[in-house]
Ligand binder design. Structure first.
Ligand code: ADP
Ligand code: MG
Length: 700
C-alpha cells in the first residue's frame, strides 16, 4: 500500500527534478519519508551570540552579530573571491564567498548590521567564515530568533547547488505541514507507556524544529530508542528462531580427557576462566547448538578454555578442531597442548598449509575414522577434502581474521552442526558486541592470571632515540628480547616498507651484528624466510625482532619484555593495545615504548595518552569506540556486518541500547513468535525495516 510518505521527493514544492537527483545522489533521499527521516546532526541555539574575539578553532557553527566595514573582490580566476570584513567592536572576521560573487556583492551593505551564522575556520592566523548565512538585523525573521536550529548534513555539491541549511529546513517544514496528520505510531502503545516515550508525531516535529531543549531531548530519546529497539528485536528474534530450530549434540559426561587435563594444570584457573567454562558447559548440555563469542584480553587464558572445552567433546565421543589464523599460531597452540594432555589418551594432530603430503594423508584418514580427537590448524582445516567422523566442537581463534564464508564451510562438516566457540582478543565493548553479535552469546574473561606485572607504557619522541637504544641494550644485556614494530598501511605500503628497511639498517648500525642478532619479519617475505626469522626470535636466538604490524596476533614469546612501536600515532587504539599485548607474558617487568613525531593531532595525542594511562583492553575499546565511532571500529568492517544507524550512536547511547535490548527480550519472553495481536505492529515494522544484518546463525 503506498501512502503519502512514498511520494517521490521531486514533487515536493521547492525541490523539482534536478534537486531531487542531487538529494538522491548525496544522501539517498528519494521519497517523502526519506526526507522526513533526514535529521539535523546538531543544533545551534540561535538566541546565543558569540563575540568575534571569543572565536577559536574549536567552534562548530556559531552565530555572531556585527557591521560590515569593507567588501572587496580579491584574487584572479579560480581563486577569485569576495571578502567582506565584519566587525563587532571586539574584533573583526573575514566572510569569504567563492560563488555568486556579483549577486552577493550587490546585496551586502557596508555599515549595516548583520546576524551571521556559520562555521569559523582559521587561515594564516586569522579567522574567517566561508559562505555564512547572513541576515540584516533589522530583517531577522521572527521564526528563527531565539530557538534551537537544526543543522543538516551537507556536501560540496549540495552547497554549490544553493541548497543552504535554511532551504533544507524550509523543505522539512513544508513536508511536516503536509504529512504530520498522517503519521501513525510505529511502536505499540504499551511500550510507549512503559518507557514514557513521546509520540512519533511529536518526535518528528521536534527533531526538526525543537521548541526547546527539553522537547529536543524527548524527541531524540524516542527516535533512538525506537531504532535500537527494532534492531535488538530483530537480532533476538533470529536467535529465538535458531534456538528452536537447531538441535545441538550433547556433551553430558565429564570423563578422563577433561579430568586428566584439568588435574595436569600447573596452576589454578582464574575465576573468570571457571565462570566461562561453566557458561560453555551449560550450553553443551542444553541440546541446543552453542554459538558463543569468547572475548578476553591478550594473555587472559582463552586458549586453555578452548582446550578444556575440547575435552568435554572428547569425553562424549566427539572430535574438536581448533583453528588459528596463522601457521605460527596454530603451531604454538599445538605445541602448547602437550604439557596439559599427558596420560589423557587424547590424540592430537596439526594440519597447516605446509603439512607434507604423506602426513596430510594420515591426518585426513585419522579425522575420518575418528582416531584423531583434536585437530589444530589453519585454513587448511576447512578445505573440502577434510572430513570428520563426528565433529562436535569447532573453536575459531582470533575471529576477525576469518571470513564469513570460511566459517560457513566449517559448519557444513557435520550432520548436526557442531558447537561453535569464537575467540577474540580484540575486545569489543559490550554495547557493540550486543549489536554486532546480537545473535551470539558473549562470554568475557575479564581477569588476567595472577602474577602478571602491568606493562609500563611511555611516550617518547625522536629526541629520546639515544635513550631508547641504551634502554634496549640494558634489557638485552639482562637476557630479554625486544620487538620493534613499524606501521603498515595499505595506501602507503611502499613508503612503509622503506621505513621498515631504513629502520632495520639503523638498528643494525646501533646494534652491530657481531654482538646482536636482529631478525626481520614482514609480509613481503617468502613464507620460509618469514618462518625462519620468526622462529629465531621465538627460540630466543634473536635479540631484536623488527616487524611490520602484520606480526602474528597471538605470538607468545614470554622472554620478550620490550615493545617499541614506531610512528605510533599512525596506529588505532585497539591495534596499539594488541601490539602491546605481545609483551608482558613472562614474569619480568615489561615495557611498551610509543615513538612518535613531535607534532601530533589532537586525536593521536588522546590515543597515546590513553595507552600510557591504562592496560585495560575493554576500557581502551570503549574509548576507541567513542573517539572513532563504530563504523571505523576494528573488526567491524571485516565482520561483513553493515548496520546503518540513523540517529542512535552505539558509542554514546549505551544506556538506551541496554534498555532497548531488555525490553525487546521481555517482549519475546512473553510472545516468542510475536503472534499476539498487540504485537502486530512489531511484526509489520520488522518487515518494513529489514535490517541489513547477516544471519549469523548460518555462518558461525
Ligand atoms: P590468550 O589466548 O587469551 O591470549 P593464552 O591462553 O595463550 O592467552 O594464555 C597465555 C599464557 O597464560 C599461557 O602461557 C598460559 O599457559 C597461561 N595461563 C593460562 N591460564 C592461566 C592461569 N589460570 N594461571 C596462570 N597462567 C595461565
Ligand atoms: Mg591466544
Amino acid at each position: 500500500m503506498s501512502t503519502v510518505f512514498d511520494t517521490e521527493i521531486k514533487f515536493l514544492k521547492g525541490v523539482g527534478p534536478s534537486r531531487a537527483t542531487l538529494l538522491e545522489k548525496e544522501f539517498g533521499i528519494m521519497r517523502y519519508k526519506d526526507l522526513l527521516y533526514f535529521f539535523p546532526f546538531r543544533y545551534v541555539d540561535r538566541s546565543k551570540f558569540y563575540s568575534i574575539r571569543e572565536i577559536d578553532s574549536t567552534h562548530a557553527y556559531i552565530q555572531i552579530r556585527g557591521q560590515i566595514t569593507k567588501v572587496s573582490l580579491v584574487g584572479e580566476g579560480k581563486s577569485k573571491r569576495l571578502v567582506a570584513v565584519l566587525s563587532d567592536g571586539t574584533a573583526a572576521i573575514e566572510l569569504v564567498f567563492f560563488k555568486g560573487l556579483k549577486w552577493i556583492q550587490e546585496k551586502l551593505k557596508v555599515n549595516a548590521e548583520y546576524i551571521v551564522f556559520g562555521k569559523p575556520s582559521s587561515f594564516n592566523q586569522t579567522y574567517n567564515m566561508v559562505h555564512p548565512e547572513m541576515e540584516l538585523t533589522s530583517e531577522q525573521s521572527k521564526s528563527l530568533a531565539g530557538t534551537m536550529v537544526g543543522i543538516y548534513p551537507s556536501s560540496d555539491a549540495i552547497k554549490s547547488s544553493g541548497l543552504t541549511n535554511k532551504s533544507i529546513a524550509k523543505l522539512e517544514a513544508l513536508l511536516l505541514e503536509q504529512t504530520l496528520p498522517y503519521i501513525s505510531e510505529t511502536l505499540p502503545q504499551y511500550i510507549i507507556e512503559n518507557r514514557k516515550l513521546c509520540s512519533l508525531q511529536f518526535a518528528l516535529q521536534n527533531i526538526h524544529f525543537p521548541t526547546d531543549t527539553r522537547a529536543l531531548e524527548k524527541a531524540q530519546e524516542r527516535l533512538k530508542f525506537e531504532e535500537l529497539f527494532y534492531l535488538q528485536l530483530s537480532l533476538l528474534k533470529q536467535k529465538h528462531t535458531r534456538m528452536r530450530a537447531s538441535t545441538g549434540v550433547k556433551f553430558n559426561k565429564l570423563g578422563n580427557a577433561f579430568n586428566t587435563t584439568y588435574n595436569n594444570l600447573p596452576f589454578p584457573l582464574t575465576g573468570a576462566q571457571k565462570r566461562v567454562l561453566k557458561e560453555i558447559r551449560s550450553d553443551v548440555v542444553s541440546g541446543v547448538q552453542m554459538n558463543r563469542l569468547l572475548q578476553g584480553d591478550v594473555g587472559s587464558g582463552k586458549t586453555l578454555v578452548a582446550i578444556l572445552s575440547a575435552m568435554m567433546a572428547i569425553d562424549n565421543g566427539y572430535q574438536a578442531c581448533i583453528m588459528a589464523p596463522t601457521e605460527v599460531l596454530a603451531i604454538q597452540h599445538y605445541n602448547g597442548v602437550f604439557k596439559f594432555i599427558q596420560d589423557s589418551g587424547v590424540e592430537v594432530a596439526l594440519l597447516t598449509g605446509s603439512t607434507k603430503t604423506a602426513e596430510r594423508r594420515r591426518i585426513h584418514e585419522g579425522l575420518e575414522n575418528g582416531s584423531i580427537n583434536i585437530i589444530f590448524g589453519t585454513h587448511a582445516l576447512i578445505e573440502d577434502n577434510v572430513k570428520f567422523r563426528n565433529l562436535g566442537l569447532a573453536v575459531i581463534d582470533e575471529q576477525h581474521r576469518f571470513g564469513v564464508d570460511q566459517r560457513a564451510k566449517l559448519w557444513s562438516k557435520a550432520t548436526v552442526p557442531p558447537h561453535i566457540l569464537v575467540m577474540t582478543a580484540t575486545p569489543i565493548p559490550r554495547t557493540l558486541a550486543m549489536t554486532l553479535y546480537g545473535d551470539l552469546d558473549v562470554s568475557v574473561i575479564d581477569e588476567l592470571p595472577p602474577g602478571r606485572k602491568p606493562i609500563q607504557t611511555v611516550h617518547w619522541t625522536e629526541s629520546k632515540r639515544g635513550s631508547l637504544y641504551n634502554f634496549m641494550r640494558k634489557e638485552i644485556a639482562s637476557g630479554r628480547q625486544v620487538f620493534i614494530v613499524y606501521p603498515l598501511i595499505k595506501e602507503s605500503e611502499k613508503m612503509d616498507y622503506q621505513n621498515l628497511e631504513e629502520g632495520f639498517d639503523a638498528i643494525c648500525e646501533a646494534f652491530p651484528p657481531d654482538k646482536y642478532v636482529t631478525s626481520v619479519v614482514h609480509g613481503k617475505q617468502k613464507p620460509d624466510d618469514k618462518a625462519i626469522s620468526m622462529d629465531s626470535f621465538v627460540k630466543g636466538r634473536a635479540n631484536i625482532l623488527v616487524a611490520t604490524s602484520v606480526i602474528e596476533v597471538g605470538v607468545d614469546v614470554p622472554n620478550a619484555s620490550v615493545m617499541v612501536i614506531e610512528s605510533a600515532e599512525r596506529f588505532g587504539l585497539s591495534q596499539l593495545h594488541q601490539l602491546r599485548g605481545r609483551v608482558g607474558r613472562g614474569a619480568e617487568k615489561s615495557y611498551c615504548i610509543l615513538m612518535t613525531g613531535y607534532k601530533l593531532s589532537e586525536d593521536s595525542k588522546k590515543r597515546i595518552d590513553m595507552m600510557c594511562q591504562t592496560n585495560d583492553g575493554f576500557e581502551l575499546a570503549e574509548a576507541d569506540l567513542k573517539m572513532r565511532g563504530p563504523g571505523d571500529f576494528e573488526g567491524t568492517r571485516q565482520s561483513g556486518l553493515a548496520i546503518d544507524l540513523h540517529i542512535a550512536n552505539l558509542g554514546r547511547d549505551n544506556a538506551i541500547l541496554e534498555d532497548a535490548r531488555r525490553i525487546a527480550q521481555a517482549v519475546l519472553d512473553i510472545d516468542p513468535t510475536l503472534g499476539d495481536s498487540r504485537n502486530s505492529l512489531l511484526v509489520s515494522q520488522l518487515k518494513e525495516l529489514k535490517f541489513e544484518i547477516k544471519d549469523y546463525s548460518n555462518i558461525s
